[in-house]
Every structure is written in structure tokens, then in C-alpha cells.
Design a protein around this ligand. Sequence first.
Ligand code: ATP
Length: 258
Amino acid sequence: MNKQTPLIQIKNLDLHFGAFHALKNVSVDFHAGELVGLVGDNGAGKTTLIRVLCGIHTPSAGEVYFDGTRVKTFHPKLAIDQGIETIQQSVGLCDNLSIARNFYLGREPVKRFCGLPLLDFAKMREMSGRVIRQFGLRENVSVDDEVERLSGGERQSVKIGRAVEFKNRVVIMDEPTNHLSVREREHVNELALQLRDQGLLVIYITHDIFQVHRLADRIVIMENGEKIEDASTETMSAEALEEVIRQGGRIVEKRDAV
Ligand SMILES: Nc1ncnc2c1ncn2[C@@H]1O[C@H](COP(=O)(O)OP(=O)(O)OP(=O)(O)O)[C@@H](O)[C@H]1O
């Protein structure tokens, strides 16, 4: 068991969308250097939960602690400042901008020329090339090329390289391998492990319990806005976890009653 202070601690979280109760008394800890699979059926509340962490939703009740300090204001900018980055398949990059520009999106380096601030394109090219190539960008693709010409796996490489370069502490990967080829999927999963091994917290949302079981240290299962399972992959097989998802909370209630 991990006895360190959790990097993120969620306590008794509730969230309502009007009359709809989307998160119900959710408590879960996430530690640095851990890869946690977050799974559950459609509408289970996975995305809603991570949107709270990203500052998009404010909970109706409950507490969130980041690095031991209670989060009082939920705002995307504050989450970014704390080093929380979300990697989603279809968002996060501007297709019509170059790879180098996308790497720095919103954090462009500036140099002074005759006292005037100018974008430092040389630095953007040099840094983005160096970092993203480590994460699998082909040699025949220039960082001046538009992101549009990248494969799905390479797009993920840009976002993952960016998360590492800007010293993120938490990377939330929301179905990061949807629509990717087998090889690209392996590549992205390899990068997720690299991030974990560099000490980042990786939260990996997916419907593929077997895929994430191979990667994750722990799996959290949600159903109807509740956390119904939180188990180490060493102690629970992918088959057993799949059964929990198939039967929903019923199997956990039965087990707890024994
Ligand atoms: N902004 C919103 N307003 C109202 N209801 C919402 C909102 N966002 C999500 N919901 C509802 O909350 C529930 C949980 O949705 P959420 O997207 O978190 O599920 P999920 O587990 O991520 O599902 P999926 O795997 O399909 O993405 C769903 O019933 C959804 O319709």
C-alpha cells in the first residue's frame, strides 16, 4: 500500500447537473508515480470526475486536495498552473498550426528585438523537435509541418512531449488510443508508462479493461456516478474486473457482505 500523501485526494465528492446526480459520494486517492485506469460503462461519471480535477466543473459537495492543499476554487487555468494536463484523442491541437507552434500553444517563448517582444521561433523549433522526436516523431517530418499531416499516434506524441516539457505532474489520458492502429496504440501506451516512470501521475480512462490492466498499477471502476471498485492490478485479474463492470455494483455488494 502506498503511504505517501496522495498527489490528488478526492473526498466524498458529489456533483449535480440540475436535478441529475452525476457523482455520488466519490472518494479516491491518486499518487505520484502511479498509473491508474479509470473504467466504467458509458455515462458512469469518469469524464465528469476528471473534469472536476481539470477545474471545468465545481463539485456540489465534498473536498479535493492537491498535494495536501485543499482546492477551493475550480478553474481550468488553476488546474493547468498546478500541472494537470488532459490528453484527449480529438482535442488539444490546432490542425492548421505547425508542430512547433502546437507544442508551445499558449506558452510561446518571447525574445526582445530593439525592445519589442517577438515570438522566438528558433527556440520553438529547436525545443519542440528535440522533445517530440524522443517521443516518436519521424525524422522525415519537420516541426514546421502542420499538425494536420501527423498520424494519430504522432499527435499524441506532441501532447505527451508537451506534458513532459512543461513539467506537468498529472497527465489525464481520456481514451487516448481510440481510432489508433495496433502499433500506434502500443506506442501511446509505452509513452504512458514512460510518464509514470518519470514520476508523474497518469490517469488513463478507457473502456478496454484488458488493455489498461496490462499497464495500470490500480483500476478504479465507476458506475452510475459511484466508485464501485478500487483494486490493485496485482490482486485483481482483468477478468475479475470485467465481471465487476458486467454485474455493476451487485458483485461488490455481495463480496462485501461475505
Ligand atoms: N454538462 C452536463 N450536463 C448534464 N448532464 C451531464 C453533463 N455532463 C455529463 N452529464 C451526464 O453525466 C453522466 C456521466 O457522464 P460522463 O461523461 O462523466 O460519463 P463517462 O463515464 O465519461 O461516459 P463515456 O464513457 O460515455 O464518456 C451522463 O449521464 C451524462 O449524460
